[in-house]
Design a protein around this ligand. Structure first.
Ligand code: HEC
Length: 158
């Protein structure tokens, strides 16, 4: 009789473990699904050419040809003020710059250079970038609009 009781207790115990184990798996699956959904939302936010960002630049359209003098000045500024964190073609402390206009509007790029603090607080794309880059703040480099414009032109050459 004692054996039977012991055996049934053991049986009930194993069933309980099996059931709970299943629940955990289900939970884990649901969690992965939500993360996937969140990630795809993040991607949507990151590729947005209609977004002009927040800051002094309301709109900017490039001329058909790259302005070589401006781009050259931009390259010099980039080396002295930005290359601590950015490499033109590789992700570093900040994102790579090459191909930026496939993802962002020229006005957005200018506003990110001139007004990064407000951008990472309010602009959905910049906010997502701040998370992706582990909360590292780009910080305002105190450039003039002209200097930012040279940089924006330089980015076209990358
Ligand atoms: C202290 C490091 C640091 C410096 C210096 C810095 N950046 Fe950044 N930059 C970042 C980080 C990190 C991000 C991603 C957003 C964030 O985390 O704030 C970023 C984002 C950007 C973006 C948006 C990139 C994208 O994929 O949309 C541009 C454009 C940019 N920086 C340009 C510049 C320029 C131009 C300079 C120089 C005037 C500069 N940055 C200086 C760290 C820096």
């Amino acid at each position: 009789m004692k054996h039977i009781i012991k055996f049934s207790l053991l049986f009930i115990f194993s069933i309980t473990i099996m059931c709970c184990g299943g629940d955990n798996k289900k939970e884990a699956r649901e969690k992965t699904n939500t993360t996937k959904k969140e990630n795809s939302k993040k991607k949507e936010a990151i590729y947005d050419l209609s977004n002009k960002g927040i800051g002094p630049i309301k709109s900017l359209e490039f001329s058909a040809e790259i302005h070589k003098e401006m781009a050259k000045k931009g390259a010099t500024i980039f080396k002295s003020k930005c290359s601590v964190c950015h490499k033109p073609k590789k992700k570093y402390i900040g994102p790579a710059i090459k191909g930026i206009y496939k993802k962002r509007s020229p006005a957005w790029v200018m506003n990110m250079i001139l007004n990064p603090n407000e951008m990472v607080q309010k602009d959905p794309v910049a906010k997502a970038l701040l998370i992706e880059f582990n909360g590292v703040l780009m910080g305002n480099q105190n450039l003039t609009e002209k200097e930012a414009r040279y940089l924006a032109e330089y980015f076209r050459t990358l």
